[in-house]
Design a protein around this ligand. Structure first.
Ligand code: B12
Ligand code: SF4
Ligand code: SF4
Length: 304
């Protein structure tokens, strides 16, 4: 029997994705019902001052507005480091230890786009940058389940991965969602320093990742009191997760590992930089975007 063009496209996609370093690929129906979780999250104000989440709501709920004729959302995982490489007080979230993943993955996604164009597809690609419910589609695509910390958890690899998405007009064969394996565990909720995890998703108004990276205003005193060692982002709800404890055996791209000068830089040295030095030191790193002034505030509020 002759293989359908969509099945062949899927096989080519899987081959190319593995060659580019993605650890898994799955496919979801672009029109799978997403429910009201995102709208409720916004209505409850849990998005804090990230007004773009509000603006993206119609497109997030209807992928047709992002790519007319869309049939599938292809979801990919890309591993990031599993350990905290800082040696000198003050932690930096694992995902931000090395090079900026937005740039790193954009070129890889462009390669996959070309592969799919060969099979007649039109695509739009994103990683953390577009109006796509990446965790929802990753779960739909059978890559893992959404844990009580709101993250995509995989039986092999846990949550330490980036998600990337490709919307396509091709009707690729879809995958089946996975059963949730959180069971009676609540460790992520218990380990969250600020109590940001209650109900669905983390409440950005209490989340240290929000306050140390995204927020435009200074951290409120009641959150700053609980900031602890976190200088940029927070992994506490991931560190507690049993699915992150074991070694996944999955390869991590060396571009995402922390360079030695950052792992040994003290918080005082970091705070003492001027703008030019900060910008130069963090060239190519996602940390550059936060700016020196915000980083100084984070250092000021931290307790080592
Ligand atoms: C805004 C945002 C944030 C905000 C708000 C966090 C939040 N509450 O979502 C802030 C800045 C706080 C943040 C923090 C972090 N983020 Co963030 N963030 C995003 C972004 C851009 C949008 C997320 C969003 O819309 N949230 C609102 C909720 C309501 O929507 P949702 O996450 O899409 O959830 C949907 C489904 O999952 C479903 N759902 C949600 N919960 C549940 C529960 C159940 C039981 C079920 C059935 C369904 C369900 O409903 C939602 C609507 O469809 C995504 C990228 C993207 N475009 O998706 C990255 C993303 C979620 N972030 C990511 C990461 C790595 C982080 C941090 C770990 C970074 C860090 N170390 O500091 C923390 C973790 C905080 C946490 N526990 O969630 C990764 C997650 C990878 C993974 N394995 O899941 C993403 C996917 C970026 C990427 N492309 O890699 N983030
Ligand atoms: S990232 Fe930190 S503050 Fe935010 S929900 Fe997870 S543990 Fe809580
Ligand atoms: S810590 Fe426990 S409850 Fe939280 S995501 Fe992991 S398995 Fe699920």
């Amino acid at each position: 029997m002759m293989m359908s063009s969509d099945t062949a496209a899927r096989q080519a996609l899987e081959y190319a994705a593995a060659a580019l370093g993605f650890s898994a690929v799955g496919v979801a129906d672009a029109h799978a019902p997403q429910g009201d979780k995102l709208a409720d999250f916004i209505a409850e104000g849990k998005h804090a001052d990230m007004e773009w989440l509000e603006r993206h709501l119609p497109a997030r709920q209807n992928p047709e507005l992002v790519l007319p004729g869309v049939k599938r959302v292809i979801m990919l995982t890309y591993e990031y480091p599993r350990t905290d490489a800082r040696h000198t007080g003050g932690s930096i979230a694992r995902y931000a230890q090395g090079e900026d993943y937005h740039k790193l993955l954009a070129t890889k996604l462009a390669d996959l786009d070309e592969t799919l164009q060969f099979y007649g597809g039109t695509q739009r690609c994103f990683t953390d940058s577009g109006p796509v419910s990446e965790r929802f589609f990753a779960a739909q695509a059978g890559l893992g389940w959404i844990g009580r910390n709101g993250l995509l958890i995989r039986p092999r690899g846990g949550s330490y991965c980036f998600l990337a998405s490709i919307l396509t007009t091709l009707e690729l064969p879809v995958d089946t969602p996975m059963t949730n394996h959180c069971g009676n565990c609540h460790r992520c909720e218990q380990n969250c320093p600020t109590g940001a995890l209650s109900g669905c998703c983390c409440d950005a108004r209490r989340c240290l990742a929000f306050w140390t990276i995204e927020a435009r205003s200074p951290m409120p005193a009641d959150i700053a009191r609980l900031q602890g060692k976190h200088l940029y982002g927070c992994d506490a709800c991931q560190e507690a997760c049993p699915w992150n404890r074991r070694d996944s055996g999955l390869r991590v791209d060396p571009h995402l590992l922390m360079p030695a000068p950052l792992s040994t830089l003290s918080a005082a040295e970091l705070a003492g930089m001027d703008d030019a030095r900060f910008s130069d030191f963090f060239t190519g790193s996602p940390i550059r975007r936060v700016g020196l002034e915000h980083m100084r505030r984070n250092i000021n509020d931290a307790h080592f």
